[in-house]
Design a protein around this ligand. Sequence first.
Ligand code: FVH
Length: 293
Amino acid sequence: MTQNTLEKTSASLLGLGAMGTALARAWLAAGHPLTVWNRTPARSTPLADEGAKVADSAAEAVAANSLVVVCLLDDASVEEALAGTDLAGRDLVNLTTGTPAQARARAAWAEERGARYLDGGIMAVPPMIGVPEAGGYVLYSGSQDLFDRHRETLGVPAGTVYVGRDAGFAALHDVALLSAMYGMFAGAAHAFALIRKEDIDPASFAPLLADWLAAMTPAVHRTADQLRSGDYTQGVVSSLAMQVAGTPTFLSTAEQQGVSPELLSPYFALMRRRLAEGSGEEDLTGVIDLLIR
Ligand code: FVH
């Protein structure tokens, strides 16, 4: 064991799927003593060769270190894996993707068992783990004390962003960001469908699309300012009335290109509903209010 290893916080990691294995490798490479456990033991073997201690059971892994990280398939697998372990006095960090309600319930469940709890939402895919320049990060919420105490260790695999004491907030931020991503993918799918039957090289179109999306994304800051002030006419560049007037062009072009409007139509319908409420001078921000039930 090197001097470097002695200085590093030791941890236990439960779950050696694609993400858990990437996390384990990042901690081992940084010199953190690591105990690992996986339901299917064979997945531990390569990590043992890289210096990890392998626990025979989840209970043994939990007992090995006060910092316990779980990265399992879903909340049900966390329940199953941790049943029968003694969490008293443990700092439990749950990097398993789930809903805000699951995170809050898991926090209460852990605290009843004497553990401190931090929930995490991983904004990265496995190849981005342990590669700081890849820009991946993990959203954390729950015990601020736990986050502050382990900030350095948690920062090894990816960047860290603490979003609040409410244990559900990391999951909520995670799902919100990924939902926006799917909206973007949906728009890109429609765009590629429009050019698909033409003599247009998708590889020539892609940089135009990527640059346009990048140029449009700063608009979210104006949306945030309008939501804060409640004035949806503040700083409007393209009014709702103007944009609704343009929607027939998009729908006709889709029809002419033989493309279903099913990805665009729901958003256009909301824009028209907001316009019908007399909000023509506003930005698109009023659509958010229509979504809230
Ligand atoms: N991989 C990704 O791109 C995403 C990136 C963003 C965050 N997600 C979330 O991370 C969690 C783990 O994902 P993963 O990629 O490691 O997932 P898998 O490779 O499918 O591994 C799943 C592990 O969970 C174990 N497991 C499943 N069920 C149980 C159970 N009932 N009891 C104990 N362990 C269980 C499984 O074990 P085994 O099948 O090898 O025995 C794996 O270790 C996840 O929440 C993503 O949404 C990843």
